[in-house]
Design a protein around this ligand. Structure first.
Ligand SMILES: Cc1cc2nc3c(=O)[nH]c(=O)nc-3n(C[C@H](O)[C@H](O)[C@H](O)COP(=O)(O)OP(=O)(O)OC[C@H]3O[C@@H](n4cnc5c(N)ncnc54)[C@H](O)[C@@H]3O)c2cc1C
Length: 314
């Protein structure tokens, strides 16, 4: 690392810009809808690169994902990205969803295989007549609407279904060859995992942006459950930081902000300029972290004083 920490010199106007994206899930109830729109309202003035809306397991939220994306298009200046999976649908059904998005003006899809209908841990079997995996889906999106930008997933700690790290990289390469132009990582808490993954990705000749997915720890128990299902590790030091705070929401929130700040500022110090936040439809922590990243409502996009990018780090 250079003597001067890049994160101390984030300023407006210079290049490269710090860019953020926010992930939301479609609400199930009127109350959840209100929470989501409060979060969108608070985060929108930070002018994210895009905001993405997840697709429920088994395609269960197809209509709600679509409705949320359409409302974002109709009521905000934000650029929405719709998540889409291959699960429990024929190619024709998935293609119809892609066409509907294209017609509604959606220009970005996050393409995923999805989890087996019976849940994580079950063996994944593609739907007969459906897309086989995420790479196949990326190709289908590009065939159906080739001007749609496609992002895909990436796993610094390997996807739990993947037999080897090499098989995981092969799948990422297949997704890129099919037309994906950005990967967003599963969340991680040790930045070293991200950087060694990035080295392996670049060594494999994959050159698309690999945007770190950041999960602010709103709720430690829930995070540990997510992590177990996603194959992400939860370090002992993280558990120690939240120890004894189950009944102390105010301190938990401060600790969560400190943990996330430490992670993102260290990533900035090592040349990272793009971040994807798993917001869990809550704005507070993400807003505070973005503030630390130099983002201001409606203002200039934050930037580092000078390129301290991946290329320089190498
Ligand atoms: C940024 C991000 C956003 C996500 N959004 C959603 C969402 O909106 N909705 C949702 O339901 N899920 C979502 N997920 C979770 C994702 O659907 C699951 O992790 C799913 O299990 C894998 O989908 P994928 O597209 O990552 O898989 P792929 O990229 O297709 O595969 C991941 C790895 O698993 C291996 N693999 C795949 N299939 C098999 C198989 N049959 N046998 C052996 N190995 C196999 C591949 O080789 C590869 O290494 C998201 C994940 C990320 C990181």
């Amino acid at each position: 690392m250079s003597a001067a920490r890049a994160s101390r010199f984030i300023e407006a106007g210079a290049s490269p810009r710090i860019r953020v994206s926010f992930e939301f899930f479609p609400p199930k109830t009127t109350e959840m809808e209100q929470t989501l729109w409060e979060a969108i309202g608070r985060l929108a003035p930070l002018r994210p690169n895009f905001v993405s809306v997840t697709y429920g397991a088994g395609g269960s939220t197809r209509e709600r994902t679509h409705a949320t994306v359409k409302r974002i298009l109709a009521e905000t200046m934000l650029t929405p990205a719709a998540h889409l999976t291959c699960v429990a649908a024929t190619r024709a059904e998935v293609d119809a969803v892609i066409r509907a998005y294209a017609q509604a003006g959606v220009r970005h899809i996050v393409a995923l295989r999805g989890d087996p209908p019976g849940g994580v841990g079950e063996r994944y079997a593609p739907h007969p007549g459906g897309y086989r995996n995420a790479a196949d889906l990326v190709a289908g999106i590009k065939r159906t609407a080739d001007d749609i930008e496609v992002s895909v997933s990436a796993y610094p700690e390997k996807h739990p279904d993947s037999a080897t790290v090499a098989a995981d990289l092969d799948m990422l390469k297949a997704k890129v060859d099919a037309g994906a132009s950005r990967a967003i990582t599963q969340f991680f808490f040790e930045n070293g995992l991200y950087f060694s993954y990035l080295d392996r990705v670049r060594a494999a000749g994959i050159d698309i942006p690999i945007v770190p997915g950041i999960l602010p720890v709103q709720n430690f128990k829930q995070t540990r459950n997510f992590a177990a299902r996603a194959g992400a590790s939860v370090p002992a030091w993280l558990a120690a930081r939240f120890e004894g705070l189950d009944d102390d929401a105010a301190t938990r929130k401060l600790v969560a902000a400190a943990v996330a700040a430490e992670q993102v500022l260290d990533l900035v110090d090592h040349g990272v300029t793009d971040f994807h936040f798993y917001t869990m439809n809550r704005a507070d922590l993400v807003y505070a972290i973005c503030h630390l990243l130099g983002l201001r409502p409606g203002g200039e996009q934050a930037a580092l004083p000078r390129a301290q990018t991946e290329a320089e780090r190498a």
